[in-house]
Design a binder for this molecule. Structure first.
Ligand code: AGP
Length: 606
């Protein structure tokens, strides 16, 4: 998820572009850059730097030439680390065309090979740079028409993209396009804007045009032309932005956490993109995954819970022993590790010191390290042999939601990949899992449609002193995650249990009215019956049951329905109501949802 801004109009472009990037910096902040078409001499002028936007602003000083049209970008790296070269904009080899991109070009490797064979010189490791070279070639075929070139190039791309491009032969003109990634037009008076979201230009105009899938916007200071990819001109669907500036930064949501809960379908889709039938070759090129005899997952907090779910899938599909370890405990056990151990550190930030130190310990003993991380270029992936990046985009709220979902996806993808390599997963099971994975974004959308009544229900328990979470099989780590969310957001005692464990002591906790959230296994499964008995045990002692289930459950006092899916994938769906319960409880208790007390987004101390 990156920040994208374009300005063309009566004012000098630098101000509105930088202001827009500041507003969008929450979308990505590991590098930033701008490109302008100078008034004098109509040249392309560019400056870009790794690091936060401030790094770029520092070096700009007063050396920026006058220009009335330009584009800017803040990056959340997906392909290629956060370096000056990988920062956007990217140029063609003539240095006259600049392009910025948000999203993932799934077929970038094959495009790059074709372009290099045709003599194009690449300067970065990014998927985005291919677009600059494609546009440069296509422009020449279309008599210098940048919009026509954009329409043609978009038809060659697979994946998700928001693109803005400028060319020094057409000063004042900015061409944008989008597919599965946002782009809005800001309609001004003698000026126009293009941006990833309205927060970039809301202080200048509240008039906006939403672009649909595979639509191209061709703007100048006084004109806006929108077409489809065949060049057919489309009507303008102008609307008035109702948000204020701060609400716009959260996409109109009250908190970043709620925004990120609702971003989960896209985060899952982006993490799955191009990987369901096999991991990209550049993900696993640095590691030999054949010669391993055990897997050790190390992580903390929510990431640890994702690892616990991963254990079930990897053990079953790859027929290999999987240990899941709390990173903070792991190395103090002095565990046996050798070069047949595949160590999988899971970390959203890539900077968690407990996980990093555990990884270094295992690496010194010969383990192969295959990281799962959401932050490109952070320490853990840099010190790993291979990394599977999740594509959740920046997660601003301290409580991990979309990062957790994409960590689950990464676990499933690694389980499938190892199963293929080891020949331990049948073709029909693989086909079933691949099919169910592809349906997850839509099924999470369905769960999100049931959120409102759940928010109302949660408020009934806001005075409770404790809440218990029960689950079995992959529902057990889901219960642990639900309890953690409630603790860290509502500051309420909460505990997750394996359903079968309750009768061995914890059931003594049950009093009249104790709220118990039961994460039900898939209907009809053996464990569903066992879980139903566990529910009866606690209900008989006064518990109030909130069941998360894919089918009706008579014993439940309250039922939250989720769609059916493969039993191993169910946590992707059942965790969403748990996130909402924790979110709503935090609000009911007047807590700071995005920045809960005592917590940090990345714990970089042991
Ligand atoms: C979860 O909501 C917390 N933010 C915390 O448990 C987090 O998952 C843990 O600190 C690990 O962080 P990491 O994924 O960045 O390594």
């Amino acid at each position: 998820m990156c920040g994208i801004v374009g300005y063309t109009g009566k004012d000098l472009a630098l101000g509105p572009v930088l202001e827009g990037l500041r507003k969008l910096e929450y979308r990505g902040y590991d590098s930033a850059g701008i490109a302008l078409i100078t008034d004098a001499g109509e040249k392309l002028w560019i400056e870009k730097r790794a690091g936060k936007l401030g790094n770029l602003e520092e070096i700009l000083g007063d050396k920026v030439p006058n220009s009335h049209s330009g584009i800017g970008h803040t990056r959340w790296a997906t392909h290629g680390g956060p370096t000056d070269e990988n920062a956007h904009p990217h140029l063609d080899n003539e240095g006259k065309l600049a392009v910025i991109h948000n999203g993932i070009i799934e077929n970038y490797l094959e495009l790059r090979q074709q372009l290099e064979k045709a003599g194009h010189i690449f300067k970065s490791e990014t998927d985005s740079e291919s677009v600059a070279h494609l546009l440069s070639d296509s422009r020449k075929k279309h008599g210098g028409d940048l919009a026509a070139a954009m329409r043609e190039v978009c038809q060659q791309l697979r994946g998700s993209f928001t693109l803005l491009a400028i060319h020094s032969d057409q000063p004042g003109r900015i061409v944008g396009a989008r597919r599965n990634s946002p782009l809005v037009v800001g309609v001004g008076d003698g000026e126009n804007f293009l941006a990833s979201d309205v927060s970039a230009f809301i202080s200048h105009t509240k008039r906006a045009l939403e672009l649909g899938q595979d639509e191209v916007a061709d703007i100048t200071a006084d004109a806006i032309v929108i077409t489809n990819l065949t060049g057919k001109t489309l009507p303008h669907n102008e609307y008035e932005i109702s948000w204020d500036a701060s609400a716009a930064e959260r996409g109109g949501f009250e908190h970043f956490m709620l925004k990120e809960i609702f971003e989960q379908p896209k985060a899952i889709a982006d993490t799955l993109l191009g990987r369901i039938s096999g991991l990209e070759s550049d993900v696993t090129k640095g590691i030999d995954l054949k010669n391993i005899d055990k897997v050790v997952i190390i992580a903390c907090g929510t990431a640890y819970h994702a690892g616990l779910v991963g254990k079930y899938a990897i053990e079953k599909w790859a027929n290999i022993a999987v240990d899941v370890e709390l990173a903070s405990e792991y190395r103090y056990r002095e565990p046996s590790v050798d070069n047949k151990t595949l160590l999988i550190p899971i970390s959203q930030s890539g900077e968690t010191m407990d996980t990093l130190m555990a990884m270094r310990y295992a690496k010194e003993k010969g383990a192969k390290v295959f990281a799962v991380c959401n932050t490109n270029g952070s320490t853990i992936p840099r010190e790993s042999d291979a990394v599977l990046y999740t594509h959740a985009g920046p997660e601003i709220a301290v409580a991990s939601t979309k990062a957790f979902e994409t960590q689950l996806i990464a676990m499933y993808l690694i389980g499938l990949h190892l199963g293929r390599i080891r020949g331990t997963i049948s073709a029909e099971l693989m086909a079933e899992i691949e099919s169910e994975l592809s349906e997850l974004p839509a099924k999470v959308e369905q769960v999100l449609e049931t959120v409102e009544p759940l928010r109302e229900l949660t408020r009934k328990f806001s005075k409770s002193t404790s809440m218990l979470f029960l689950g079995r099989h992959v529902g057990f780590p889901t219960a642990l995650e639900g309890a953690l969310k409630l603790k860290e957001l509502a500051y309420m005692h909460a505990e997750g249990f394996a359903g079968g464990e309750l009768k061995h002591g914890p059931i003594a906790l049950i009093e009249d009215g104790t709220p118990v959230v039961a994460i039900m296994p898939a209907a009809g499964s053996l464990l569903a019956e066992k879980m139903a008995s566990n529910i009866q045990e606690v209900k008989a002692r006064g518990a109030v049951i909130i069941a998360i289930a894919d089918s009706p459950l008579a014993a439940a006092n309250h039922l939250v329905r989720i769609p059916t899916t493969h039993e191993f994938l169910q946590p992707v769906l059942s965790v969403v109501p748990l996130q909402v319960i924790a979110y709503e409880m935090a609000i009911a208790r007047g807590n700071d949802v995005d920045q809960p007390r005592n917590l940090a987004k990345s714990v970089t101390v042991e």
